[in-house]
Design a protein around this ligand. Structure first.
Ligand SMILES: Cc1cc2nc3c(=O)[nH]c(=O)nc-3n(C[C@H](O)[C@H](O)[C@H](O)COP(=O)(O)OP(=O)(O)OC[C@H]3O[C@@H](n4cnc5c(N)ncnc54)[C@H](O)[C@@H]3O)c2cc1C
Length: 430
């Protein structure tokens, strides 16, 4: 702005140059502050006229605000306001995002993956904008969207990689005194570290929720399952005033969008239970929105459980991390409790063989590894059988062909003649 001093005496200037005004800078005013909101604005033309009243209308839903104001009978000005992250269109990739130890030799490759994913997200989002005017509001908004998409795609990949690297570092490092029991569920990073095969997906999803009855409910204290048109509803009271329920259905592509949003979960569940008894419909209508979740049904294949190596050094897994299975027998959680009892017992027995436990001693680590082997040996056939029975039941109740259903019945008759046998299993005392 050297011009200001150059012909100073001849200058008359009224700065109407907007929020980023250079005239304001010249006047040495403090820069405007930023609200954590961004707005996309646009103009839509209706060659045959629009039907909107000539008024400014604002609507709000899920923190997104839409404003609309007709300019004349054939054009409407609009804006969409949304929360922005304070960092706008700044992002990190490669080691800047996820520097990790060299134990898996994956840091550089992960950086290359970042580059591919980020480039793809940018390309996809920017090709939505018909005419990209460099630095236009719309373009910056799309860049921010692309960056959000990139972070979403990359987050779990780099969490898993860096966790695996970290654990490997602990195991091969100078101390190598790591004892780890991974109870981190179906997406277990500890299972990745043990190089177990990834769980597979059943073509089913389940909505789970909790309904509270302040004056008490009238249900018997038993697990009830009902089925109608390929929709399964399960209900189990927790106490006299709260009931846990689930609705199982064939998974659809829209599940991915619904996954995180309780409002969408309930909206998509209510039509499914049409035709079920009124008390079931009421239970789901009255559910506690905070408790709602939608899960894709996944399972670790019985044959992977039969062959999997569940211990590396002094690292092992328990619960769903070891043997996630479908909800068809309602046994996954119970099996996790059995794991806990058996593992605790094995650790106690083996460690009590060492007279003087010096914390972190080689001997202790050796005994922990032995205890884990013992635990895996005791648990393997139990979880193979349970997950096989669950898998076959899932094939029977799921959307499989008649041939597959027939094969499942034959295998059930051969291996699981008594269908309730699994409930009488005794995992022994603690
Ligand atoms: C629809 C449905 C119905 C079911 N019904 C029944 C039933 O009736 N009876 C039954 O026994 N079972 C049932 N199950 C199975 C049961 O829910 C699971 O088997 C059980 O919850 C597994 O417990 P978990 O502790 O192993 O894993 P999770 O319950 O998945 O817990 C894992 C925990 O680890 C945390 N975690 C994950 N990653 C990390 C990390 N990197 N660092 C730190 N923490 C981490 C997670 O946040 C989570 O809190 C059902 C499952 C489904 C899907």
């Amino acid at each position: 702005m050297g011009v200001w001093t150059f012909k100073r005496d001849a200058l008359v200037l009224i700065g109407c140059d907007g929020a980023n005004s250079v005239v304001v800078d010249f006047l040495e005013l403090k820069p405007p502050k930023a609200f954590p909101l961004s707005a996309v604005r646009g103009l839509t033309k209706y060659p045959s006229g629009h039907a909107f009243a000539h008024e400014f209308v604002r609507m709000r839903r899920n923190n997104i605000m839409v404003g609309r104001v007709p300019i004349d009978d054939k054009s409407v000005n609009w804006m969409v306001g949304q929360q922005t992250t304070p960092k706008g269109t700044v992002i990190v990739a490669g080691d800047a995002m996820h520097v990790m130890g060299p134990f898996l030799g994956q840091g550089g490759s992960a950086g290359l993956e970042d580059a591919i994913v980020l480039a793809r997200c940018l390309y996809q989002k920017l090709s939505d904008v018909r005419q990209i005017q460099s630095r236009s509001q719309m373009m910056m908004h799309k860049v921010a969207e692309a960056m959000d998409q990139y972070v979403k795609e990359r987050r779990m990949r780099v969490v898993r990689l860096s966790m695996q690297t970290y654990l490997t570092g602990l195991l091969v490092g100078p101390s190598s005194m790591l004892v780890l029991i991974g109870c981190d569920g179906a997406n277990s990073v500890v299972a990745d570290f043990l190089e177990l095969k990834a769980p597979k997906a059943f073509p089913l999803s389940a909505v789970r929720g909790l309904t509270k009855y302040p004056s008490g409910h009238a249900f018997a204290h038993e697990f009830v399952r009902m089925r109608r048109n390929n929709i399964m509803v399960g209900r189990v009271p927790i106490d006299d005033k709260s009931v846990n329920w689930m609705v199982g259905q064939q998974s659809t592509p829209k599940d991915a969008r619904t996954l995180q949003n309780p409002d969408l979960i309930i909206q998509s569940t209510l039509p499914l239970i049409y035709g079920f008894p009124p008390e079931i419909q009421q239970m789901i209508e009255d559910s506690d929105v905070e408790s709602l979740s939608l899960t894709h049904v996944r399972y670790r294949a019985p044959w992977d459980l039969l062959l999997g190596k569940f211990r590396k050094g002094t690292v092992t897994v328990a619960g769903d991390a070891m043997h996630v299975m479908g909800p068809f027998l309602g046994q996954g959680g119970s099996a996790g409790l059995e794991d806990a009892i058996v593992l605790a017992r094995c650790l106690y027995q083996k460690l009590s063989e060492v007279r003087q436990i010096q914390s972190r001693s080689q001997m202790m680590m050796h005994k922990v590894a032995e205890a884990m082997d013992q635990y895996v040996k005791e648990r393997r056939m139990r979880v193979v059988r349970l997950s096989m029975q669950t898998y076959l039941t899932g094939l029977l109740v799921g959307p499989s062909s008649m041939l597959v259903k027939l094969a499942s019945i034959v295998l059930m008759v051969i291996f699981f003649r008594n269908q309730n046998d699994h409930t009488t299993y005794d995992c022994g005392l603690l």
